[in-house]
Design a protein around this ligand. Structure first.
Ligand code: ATP
Length: 452
């Protein structure tokens, strides 16, 4: 039986045990809700970014890449509306001294009675809500004066809008076309939490797709489908994904349509990715504030301000969704095993090379040469540490789809055993054919054995 739901605690503990994610600044007592990524966490992140980059840029002709600065001209954030309006309502509790988001009290725990929500016990003494800007401020240059105030970007999108003209001219694009980027964003969230789901520093993957105004609705629907299909392509279960369209009261004033692709996290259905039809708001505002005209002028003189469709997601929310979806426990023989059933193209390690006996020179030399051959193209791991059963379990827990074991028989007939993480099936194949076998295996469609 596949594990259908898993608690966030199990995910956090596996991530820590296997070195995916550590609480940050731990030797100094930790800094709440900030995390450092260990070796497998970095490999996982790199793979997810690579799959996004492929789907958004390399497999298409209409989207180009960008990597804009984290600290932009402060006027950018005035034009975007963030200085004035990027706020959440905050309340303080005078009793427990904690702060809460006034609109999320039902998701928060009272500081004194964690089973209650803030405001639910007679001792709770909440202040009136006040607006709190989520942007981190910093100072540029050596002089701390008003003119030097700047912000760490709370989203990567604005870096794209301010480069619209560069891309239009230098990359010679015409709508519909897109600009995509991956980079860190920072938000001083009032109540971060739920592991990586809401953190103050996260890596966003955003794409702004510029379209003729009359086509915006069509492209908005198109991008909702594209992004949903990307999650299915990389193995998330259909039953755990849904699209929720925002009602008019929930949308930003400029939005002509917003939909969340939601995932059924252990905390319930929550936003994984947002797809928004932003109209001409951003280009118009930057034209106004910068006095540089951001518009498209066609070869026959037609001119218009393109409308923008934006799919935006953080790597952190994808990582949590993929970990939750992949997590499984089962009893094999008498033993329980924990396994991450990652899509093979996302798994941190694609294959493990395991010499059955670590001290046998013949086995080691065959195993090392297979490892050297495969590592040129894939993320593979050589592991000769401990009993073979323990090594398999370690690879299962980090989600390695295949393990190649070099044993006594290899010395006589040059074959190895390949073990499949999901089915546990084992077959023998010639050592010379492993590289090809692995390439083919990666090409095959993969579906999670956990069902739909
Ligand atoms: P929420 O309502 O959950 O605060 P949002 O609607 O403010 O999110 P957007 O501004 O649309 O989020 O940001 C785009 C994407 O960036 C989100 O869909 C989410 O994937 C991600 N994201 C936003 N805030 C955070 C955060 N604090 N930690 C991790 N990821 C985040």
């Amino acid at each position: 039986m596949a594990v259908d739901t898993v608690s966030m605690d199990k995910i956090v503990s596996l991530c820590r045990r296997r070195g995916f994610v550590f609480p940050s600044s731990e030797i100094y007592g930790g800094l709440g809700s900030t995390y450092d990524y260990g070796h497998y966490g970095v490999l996982l992140k790199n793979n997810i970014k690579a799959r996004w980059f492929e789907a958004m840029i390399l497999e298409r002709d209409d989207i180009v890449a960008l990597d804009s600065a984290v600290i932009l001209h402060p006027r950018v954030w005035e034009a975007s509306g963030h200085v004035e309006g990027f706020t959440d309502p905050l309340v303080d509790c005078r009793t427990c001294k904690l702060r809460f988001r006034a609109d999320k009290l039902e998701d928060s725990q009272c500081g004194r009675k964690p089973s209650k929500h803030p405001g639910e016990t007679p001792e709770c003494d909440l202040t009136e809500p006040r607006q709190f800007n989520l942007m981190f401020e910093t100072t540029v240059g050596p002089v701390q004066e008003e003119g030097a105030k700047a912000y760490l970007r709370p989203e990567t999108a604005q870096g794209i809008f301010i480069n619209f003209k560069n891309v239009l001219q230098i990359a010679r694009r015409r709508p519909p076309f897109g600009i995509a980027q991956i980079g860190k964003s920072f938000r001083n969230e009032i109540t971060p939490g739920n592991f990586l789901f809401r953190v103050r520093e996260f890596e966003q993957m955003e794409m702004e797709y510029f379209v003729p105004p009359a086509e915006s609705e069509r492209w908005y629907r198109y991008w909702i489908d594209e992004r949903l299909n990307w999650y299915l392509r990389y193995g998330l279960r259909r039953s755990r994904l849904r699209v929720r369209e925002h009602g008019p009261e929930e949308r930003s004033h400029y939005s002509q349509g917003t939909s969340d692709i939601e995932y059924l996290y252990p905390i319930g259905w929550s936003e994984l990715e947002g797809v928004a039809n932003r109209g001409d708001f951003d280009l118009t505002r930057h034209t106004e504030f910068s006095t540089t005209k951001l518009e498209y002028v066609g070869p026959d003189g037609e001119r218009y301000v393109p409308h923008v469709i934006e799919p935006a997601v953080s790597l952190e929310r994808i990582i949590v969704a993929m970990l939750v979806d992949a997590y499984d426990e089962e009893v094999v023989g008498e033993r329980e095993r924990t396994v991450l059933r990652f899509h093979p193209e996302v798994a941190p390690v694609t294959a493990a090379i395991l010499p059955l006996i670590a001290k046998d020179e013949g086995l080691v030399s065959k195993a090392r040469s297979l490892y050297e051959e495969l590592r040129k193209r894939q993320s593979v791991e050589y592991d000769d540490n401990g009993a073979i059963g323990r090594r398999y379990r370690r690879q299962d827990e980090i989600g390695t789809p295949w393990a190649f074991t070099i044993d006594e028989q290899t010395l006589s007939d040059d074959t190895v055993t390949v073990r499949d993480r999901d089915s546990l099936a084992q077959e023998r194949l010639p050592i010379g054919g492993v590289r090809r076998w692995l390439d083919d295996a990666l090409e095959r469609d993969w579906k999670t054995p956990k069902g739909d």
